[in-house]
Design a binder for this molecule. Structure first.
Ligand code: SAM
Length: 244
């Protein structure tokens, strides 16, 4: 069978797929993750869902080259609409904004029946995804943060359970941990530090720009951002101290 090479980000997602699972990859683009899961013998069946015609055709072509048609289904449609309830054990949604991931999950809640695990990789807006999990009975069971080609990615894995458990007994409030990630906070990796240093830099640049503005609302906005920067400073200080 042809080999499939995928990014470190997709490999990390693949590591969270239990062996033998029926995996739905929603927004599969070229179906690389789905192909990898089949070629490596991780998934017993894959469903690659795609909204747009170009990537849908690319996904079909990719799966076809692997000659594993019997263990794959490439479907065109919006989010979880491509699934029947009970068809998948694992749903992966990767490489989109957190808000889009949440809207896909929200719109397709009935299709999550029988799904045991969610593997979500928001490019931005991780907080919204963690909040959706809490509000919908999904317990975060693992998180990964990694850097590839200068970009930082977070991967969130959840199963049905007690959604507030990962946030309990920590030295940060739930509200803060929704932003940082409860598992990432415990792990305190160099990449997490790099993420928050980057956020710090981003807000500092915005402050400099706002200070040049003569709009009346600029002063108020600067105050808000300074409070944010102070919080980030404190998060970074803790990450550094606790790591030593
Ligand atoms: N999941 C792949 C990955 O992580 O490498 C591809 C990510 S790509 C940036 C996002 C893909 O999701 C695109 O191919 C896009 O067409 C598709 N997409 C966006 N919204 C979607 C939706 N509502 N339902 C299904 N696919 C969607």
């Amino acid at each position: 069978m042809t080999s499939v090479s995928i990014s470190k980000r997709l490999q990390t997602i693949a590591r969270y797929c239990p062996e033998g699972a029926r995996v739905a990859d929603i927004g599969s683009d070229h179906a690389l993750l789905a192909s990898y899961l089949l070629v490596k013998g991780i998934a017993s069946f894959v469903i690659a869902g795609e909204l747009n015609e170009g990537p849908f055709q690319a996904a079909k072509k990719q799966i076809h080259t692997l000659q594993v048609k019997d263990r794959a289904s490439v479907r065109k449609g919006n989010g979880l609409a491509v699934l029947q309830p009970g068809e998948a054990d694992v749903v992966c949604i990767a490489g989109m904004g957190g808000q889009l991931i949440v809207s896909i999950l929200e719109a397709g809640k009935d299709k999550l029946e029988g799904v045991q695990r969610l593997i979500l990789q928001p490019n931005v807006g991780e907080e919204a995804v963690r909040l959706w999990m809490i509000e919908n009975g999904w317990q975060l069971i693992a998180e990964s943060i990694l850097q590839e080609d200068g970009v930082i990615y977070e991967i969130l894995v959840a199963e049905r359970g007690n959604p507030t458990l990962p946030y309990e007994g920590k030295d940060r409030t739930q509200q803060e941990l929704l932003r940082i990630g409860p598992f990432l906070w415990v792990e305190k990796s160099e990449v997490l530090q790099a993420k928050w240093l980057h956020e710090h830099e981003k807000w500092q640049k915005i402050i400099v720009q706002l200070k040049r503005s003569d709009k009346p609302e600029a002063a108020e906005r600067i105050k808000e951002i300074e409070a944010e920067v102070k919080w980030i400073d404190e998060v970074i200080a803790c990450l550094r101290t606790d790591k030593q």
